[in-house]
Design a protein around this ligand. Structure first.
Ligand code: AMP
Length: 234
């Protein structure tokens, strides 16, 4: 597999709690490999702002920091993975988030003989997540993220990348973040074992600058055929 996007496709899942930097890193990895960045949270947010039926179904769960039901998410991802641009692979960001979602994905990809090749787990502790997310600001259009006070957009509340409005997401308040972390530990963390069992799990420390984390992630991807590091905590 080459970082310039050779013949080998890249099919990677980004696993980690909210605020671990998955969105930012996914965008960079997708760019490096020339594959689409598929972020289920972003797809939902676009559907909410466009007022679609899917958006209406998802909104109340999102506002409460709960997961959207598996059948809705899986139907959406099935549709997305049927599009032509995934032929050379994809970076999955925010999906799967439950074991049933991971099982559905496995079946879906087995049908087209394109299994997941690697799962990057972004490790970060809860207090750092709360600190990061409470100051996170997000572009309503392209999903680019900024940090109030630390890494703001160049022009106040305006996205550097696409010029649209930068806001605090409704679910990025401290109370909702704490709840999203609980949901993560309860419903998503079991995926670490699921993918470890399949020999796919690789660790990326999510601390340091954005460039540091990207460098670590790209290094892990370049070496992903090596054996997995260790068994995740139960
Ligand atoms: P995110 O942008 O990944 O933090 O996702 C924002 C919200 O969208 C989550 O808190 C969920 O309500 C919903 N969501 C995104 N992806 C999923 C998923 N795979 N399963 C269930 N809900 C999801």
């Amino acid at each position: 597999m080459s970082v310039t996007g050779g013949d080998d496709p890249l099919r990677v899942i980004m696993l980690g709690p909210p605020g671990a930097g998955k969105g930012t890193q996914s965008a960079r990895i997708a760019l490096a490999y020339g594959v689409p960045h598929i972020a289920t949270g972003e797809i939902f947010r676009h559907n909410v702002s466009d007022g679609t039926e899917l958006g209406q179904k998802a909104k109340s769960y999102m506002d409460d920091g709960e997961l959207v039901p598996d059948d809705i998410v899986v139907a959406m991802i099935r549709q997305r993975l049927a599009e032509a641009d995934v032929a050379n692979g994809f970076v999955l960001d925010g999906f799967p988030r439950t074991v049933p979602q991971a099982q559905s994905l496995e079946e879906l990809l087995a049908d087209i003989d394109h299994p997941i090749e690697v799962v990057l787990r972004f490790a970060i502790d809860d207090d750092e997540v709360v600190r990061r997310i409470s100051s996170r600001r997000t572009c309503v259009e392209c999903g680019a993220t900024y940090q109030a006070g630390v890494r703001p957009p160049k022009v106040d509340a305006t996205c550097d990348r696409c010029g649209n409005e930068v806001v605090q997401r409704d679910d990025d308040t401290e109370a909702v973040v704490r709840h999203r972390l609980e949901v993560y530990h309860r419903q998503t963390e079991p995926l670490e074992f699921f993918y470890w069992q399949r020999g796919l799990l690789r660790d990326v420390e999510a601390i340091g600058t954005i460039d540091d984390v990207t460098e670590r992630a790209l290094k892990v991807l370049a070496e992903y055929e090596d054996p997995p590091l260790h068994e995740p905590a139960a």
